[in-house]
Design a binder for this molecule. Structure first.
Ligand code: GLC
Ligand code: GLC
Length: 649
């Protein structure tokens, strides 16, 4: 270990040497004042960047060559950055927590399935605005190989939009138009792998050794076999291990996901630099939140599961430092769908300011199945708090499957046997468990281990599909209440709520994917239907399920936006004294609310003693219903009712 002061000294020295070289190289490209502002940021963040890179690549003789190349990339990307984005940089440097406002509301969609193509997105902005969307995640839109492309996550070129969807210019225009409407564009940075037809991979296939070194490849099974002893298979249906043999180069290529997605080798500083360039290029298109895809997998070490290694964090932190220098308006969203202890480690202002909350997601579904909030309460009490400058992105489901990523220790503490319980949850949501209301499908069921995950839209998983098929109005009513309850929680618990577009209308599973040979076999397509604009036309008719769900949600969204208690406040998870009722306080600037959710189909009560313990007054207002409640003796919640009680200061 090199002592800290020595690193600082080295950093200062190398910056002194590099700055004049940058000045010379980019002379005349911008004015004096702008250059000064840039170099000030560079000075501020360089020591951190230097320390991280030294740790990752310091043992290489060509370390300084790559360092200089990296700073040149960052500088030229900053110079290319459009003025409108530089203005945004200036604003967001002073407000780096804009994403904690209660006005934040996320949505995600596929461009083709929602609007046909990028040009079509313009016409759909009014729909987004009507809902109050301020954050829009477009699923990957870049060029991909023909045929199967993992829903866009096999990227052939980070600088070319899939011609089916439009072109780069349209992307830039859409980003500004969205911004003018108060909507931040969110795109993926698929940085763990490229498609096997990316130019780097093509050159590797042509035998170019420099480009073979961009990936992790092995001439025989010696290392792959050793690695696989400790690796977790991600898509066991497709290939059992993590390697794919390529005849042309007679090599085993590391492919954590599909065999056409080649894992990049971040041990090679040329890869880090090249990807930093791609990242800043994306930032310059007007992206405000970059979703860092599959963060857990980017570093590998023999003898480990090759997930969540310390170097993975360093790579992301180094990217973060570069962004603070060259595109400071941008923030990172971590996509770590792993053990909750590991999810936490990606969250920090110096790493990812935003993180998906897969634990809350999984446990909300768990609680619907069991009607018992104890595991949710236990886990959230311990695991919901994150650093104050950071936010969760809370969601009920995404384009991916639902996996049961709760902590086994948390489960055991609640006397739950983790493996049995996961099997129960799969059975429940696949509708195999007797009495289940859910209509999900199994995803990547591993017959050897019994592991599986679940696919399905929110409405099909909460029972709306079954109720409609059974023509059972009572069940339909319960299903709608479940949808409101789950959305109500992600809207109020703290963080950016993220809606999968279509769920706000109660969109059911779409089984037509089995007709498409490229999709058949991948059940996640059941919950990625084309957006149904006819269903959307019913949204103002409250006789329809779509209308009831849509208006119920609008109300909750308004309630969130109007209440200071939901901005930047802390969340205190409470014990309600009733194992069917989940609850938490949100407090901010004298505003304080208590949110209660009944996870059972029976009415539930909270006893007066508990209410006094929580410091509640006798007269309470539920701002979801407008009802004033006299809680002298007890407080009663209807089946699946969500209450937001004004508690006062
Ligand atoms: C992320 C995406 C998923 C994709 C994987 C590999 O987890 O959400 O859809 O398969 O990364 O890119
Ligand atoms: C990606 C995959 C998902 C898998 C996860 C593992 O998100 O799409 O299926 O569970 O990675 O981290």
């Amino acid at each position: 270990m090199i002592p800290q002061e020595q690193i600082e000294r080295k950093a200062a020295e190398s910056l002194r040497r590099l700055l004049p070289r940058l000045e010379e190289r980019f002379a005349g490209r911008t004015d004096e004042a702008a250059w000064q502002a840039y170099t000030e940021r560079l000075r501020g963040h360089f020591p951190r960047l230097f320390r991280l890179l030294l740790h990752l690549y310091g043992n290489r003789y060509d370390f300084f060559y790559y360092l200089e190349q990296l700073l040149c990339t960052a500088t030229s990307m900053w110079l290319d950055r459009p003025d409108e984005l530089k203005a945004l940089d200036a604003v967001k440097e002073y407000d780096n927590q804009w994403y904690q406002s209660s006005r934040m509301l996320g949505a995600m969609c596929y461009v083709d399935l929602f609007a046909g193509n990028l040009a079509g997105m313009h016409d759909r902005i009014p729909y987004l605005k009507e809902l109050g969307i301020t954050y829009l995640h477009l699923m990957p839109i870049f060029r991909t190989p023909p045929g199967d492309d993992d829903g866009g996550y096999a990227v052939s070129d980070y600088r070319e939009v899939n011609p089916r969807l439009g072109d780069m210019e349209q992307l830039g225009e859409l980003a500004s138009e969205l911004r003018h409407h108060g909507i931040s564009l969110v795109l993926d940075f698929v940085f763990n792998h490229t498609a096997d037809d990316h130019p780097w991979a093509q050159q590797a296939l042509d035998g170019d050794l420099d480009h073979q070194a961009f990936y992790r490849m092995f001439p025989d099974r010696e290392f792959p076999d050793q690695y696989e002893k400790t690796l977790r298979p991600i898509f066991p249906d497709e290939h059992p291990g993590a390697f794919t043999y390529r005849n042309k180069i007679r090599r085993w290529v590391w492919t954590s996901f599909h065999n056409y997605q080649w894992d990049l080798n971040y041990e090679n500083p040329a890869v880090f630099n090249a990807m930093a360039g791609e990242m800043l290029f994306l930032a310059n298109q007007g992206v405000e939140v970059l979703r860092l895809d599959a963060v857990a997998f980017i570093w590998k070490r023999l003898g480990t599961d090759c997930e969540n290694l310390p170097e993975a964090h360093m790579i992301i932190q180094a990217f973060n430092a570069l962004v603070r220098i060259a595109a400071p308006a941008l923030v990172f969203l971590s996509e770590a769908i792993v053990h909750p202890d590991e999810v936490m480690k990606y969250i920090g202002e110096d790493e990812c300011q935003l993180s998906y909350n897969p634990l809350l997601m999984a446990l909300l579904w768990n609680t619907l199945a069991t009607r018992d909030v104890r595991l949710l309460h236990h886990s959230m009490s311990r695991r919901f708090a994150i650093p104050s400058g950071c936010s969760w992105v809370n969601y009920l489901r995404s384009h991916d499957d639902i996996g049961w990523t709760f902590s086994d220790d948390d489960a055991r503490a609640m006397h739950i046997v983790p493996s049995h319980h996961r099997r129960f949850l799969n059975d429940f949501f696949i509708g195999r468990f007797e009495g289940s209301f859910a209509r999900g499908l199994p995803f990547q069921e591993n017959l050897a281990t019994g592991d599986a995950r679940v696919s399905g839209t929110a409405a099909s998983l909460v029972g709306l599909e079954k109720a409609l098929v059974d023509d059972d109005p009572q069940e339909q009513e319960l299903a709608i209440r479940r949808i409101m309850l789950l959305h109500g929680i992600i809207l109020t618990i703290g963080g950016i709520p993220l809606i999968y577009l279509g769920d706000e209308l109660g969109r059911l599973n779409d089984y037509s994917y089995t007709d498409d040979p490229e999709k058949d076999g991948d059940s996640s397509w059941v919950h990625r239907p084309a957006f149904d604009w006819e269903l959307a036309d019913q949204r103002h008719d409250q006789q329809t399920a779509a209308g009831q769900i849509y208006h119920g949600l609008l109300r909750l969204i308004q309630l969130r936006q109007q209440n200071l208690a939901f901005t930047r406040s802390e969340t205190e998870i409470i014990d309600t004294g009733n194992s069917h009722v989940f609850g938490y306080f949100r407090r901010n600037e004298g505003q304080s609310v208590l949110v209660l959710g009944n996870f059972s189909e029976r009415p539930q009560t909270l006893e007066a003693k508990r209410l006094r313990m929580l410091g509640l007054r006798k007269m309470l207002t539920n701002i979801v219903s407008g009802q004033i409640i006299n809680a002298v003796r007890q407080l009663q919640l209807e089946p699946y009712q969500l209450m937001v009680l004004i508690v006062g200061s």
